[in-house]
Write a protein that binds this ligand. Structure first.
Ligand code: ATP
Length: 367
């Protein structure tokens, strides 16, 4: 399958818009690469450059190691799937799927075989005689997928293929598409602004902002060890807590994190201390995911983060407490049985007080 290498690719449109800025990115053989970022960050432009529908202003596009800047789109062995499905409304489903084969001059019997194989794999064998207007959104997207895979391309380019579908169907199809693509082993670049889609489908995720690549890695890497503050704040819901702190390391004793309203003393034998100690005397930003915080009882030894609960949010399987120390959220599923009310009623306030107590713990004496 096709490998892709982008080298310092920049795209400046005629009106001066820099849509892609010095992007270098590799997609390995059979890899499922997701381009993720907010609207307008340049994702679709990257896809169009790889497809040959747009020329880079600067930089190189290599397909299987060969410079492809001047290669016509039809010679690139690429199939594209779009958000609006782009099916021909006057053709049957079968003819839509067969269309790329017809263009490639494949004879009719062979076309019929391939179409029924693909339709069977996608579960749309029953609707081959219908026209796109007679299908559900999910079926239309399967037809679009069918048309993309029927010619067995070396590379799939998918531009927000699920964004016109409702959320239940999106979740179903994202598993289906990533399963199918992996079964076929076709290298894929998949564009989305939906982080759940990116994190669940990708082998690796490339995160873009204003045309610039911010981070690239496996979903676990970019979520757990984001390369930039932007990525840290962009990925995850609730967003990562980002707390500004000054670091004071006292060798062999402790590392103090001065958060302004409170100071945390991390014991020296804590692995985090060694990491943070490196920034002695500097201002840093500490990133903590909500799920890494645990509510503790008041008599919990050691240092704890303390904050007043501003409001609670229930999500069924867990609850989140938003505290006044930045945008901090804490999973509160362990905070005891019974419903917890928001803080604007007498009873609610009473309950919240109790939870603040349990969360806050006792400040540890400074060593
Ligand atoms: P979306 O998710 O909304 O599709 P995107 O991340 O795919 O956004 P692009 O469509 O690649 O972003 O656009 C990147 C930037 O380039 C945007 O500022 C856009 O307005 C601009 N742009 C795209 N096409 C052109 C064009 N033909 N001429 C001028 N500017 C363009």
């Amino acid at each position: 399958m096709t490998t892709v290498a982008l080298r310092d690719v920049t795209k400046i449109f005629s009106d001066g818009t820099v849509a892609v800025d010095a992007l270098s990115l590799d997609v390995a053989d059979g890899e499922f690469m997701v381009l993720l970022g907010p609207s307008g960050c340049g994702k679709s432009t990257v896809l169009r450059i790889v497809a040959g529908l747009e020329d880079p202003s600067v930089g190189a596009v290599l397909l299987d190691g060969e410079l492809a800047n001047d290669m016509p789109p039809r010679d690139r062995g690429i199939a594209m799937v779009f958000q609006d499905f782009a099916l021909y409304p006057h053709m049957t489903v079968g003819d839509n799927i067969a269309f790329p084969l017809r263009l490639a001059g494949v004879e009719q019997d062979r076309r019929g075989e391939r179409v029924s194989d693909v339709a069977g794999a996608l579960g749309i064998g029953e609707v081959l005689a219908r026209r796109p207007g007679q299908l559900s959104g999910g079926q239309r997207q399967r037809v679009a997928m069918g048309r993309a895979i029927v010619r067995r391309p070396g590379l799939f380019l998918m531009d927000e293929p699920l964004s016109n579908l409702d959320s239940g169907l999106r979740a179903e199809l994202r598993a289906e598409i990533s399963g199918l693509v992996r079964e076929l082993g076709v290298s894929t670049i998949y564009v989305t602004h939906d982080q759940a889609e990116a994190l669940t489908m990708a082998d690796r995720v490339a995160i873009m902002r204003k045309g610039v690549l911010q981070d690239v890695g496996t979903p676990t890497q970019v979520y757990g060890r984001p390369a930039t503050l932007y990525v840290a704040a962009f990925l995850g819901s609730p967003r990562m807590n980002l707390l500004e702190a000054s670091v004071y390391a006292q060798l062999d004793r402790h590392v103090a994190l001065d958060l302004g309203a409170q100071t945390l003393y991390l014991p020296w034998d804590d692995i985090r201390s060694r990491v943070v100690a490196h920034y002695h005397g500097e201002r840093i930003v500490v990133g903590i995911r909500a799920e890494s915080l645990t509510p503790v009882p008041p008599d919990q030894p050691g240092d704890v983060l303390r904050g007043r609960i501003r409001y609670l949010e229930h999500h069924g399987h867990e609850s989140l407490a938003y505290l006044d120390i930045g945008a901090t959220a804490v999973p509160v599923d362990e905070m005891g049985a019974g419903p917890v009310e928001p803080a604007n009623g007498g009873a609610g306030r009473g309950r919240l007080g109790q939870f603040v107590q349990r969360l806050s713990g006792r400040p540890a004496p400074a060593p």
